[in-house]
Design a binder for this molecule. Sequence first.
Ligand SMILES: [Fe+2]
Length: 137
Amino acid sequence: MVDKKFYALVELPYAYNALEPFISEAQLRLHHDKHHAAYVNGANAILERLDKARQAGTDVDMKATVKELSFQAGGHILHHLFWQNLAPAAKAVKEPGGALAEALRMSSDLSSASRRSSLRWQPAQKVRAGRRSPGVA
Ligand SMILES: [Fe+2]
């Protein structure tokens, strides 16, 4: 099972130079081929180590191993999501739509209402008046 890979570095959904001038080809190659690949390799190395320990019947520090695997797999998944949410400028969506657009509109409405209302943010000194710690001006 040692040669089996659990995670794989998926190819980008666009060419390495497709995001220029915002992200250079060199930056994208480094970020995908080195940085993202390191998370994939790291996660696979942990799974290989677990498999070997399982086969040998040896103990593993599961708390540390799970923490390390969470970090490596999380880095892999977040990078994968990042790549999927980028697009060449020519294919970029100019305005959000659907649920995102609705959430942004609601957020903007709440922000406007908050600015108009008496529930505005107050400095901490005013809110905590009379409950200050000794020595605090
Ligand atoms: Fe990164």
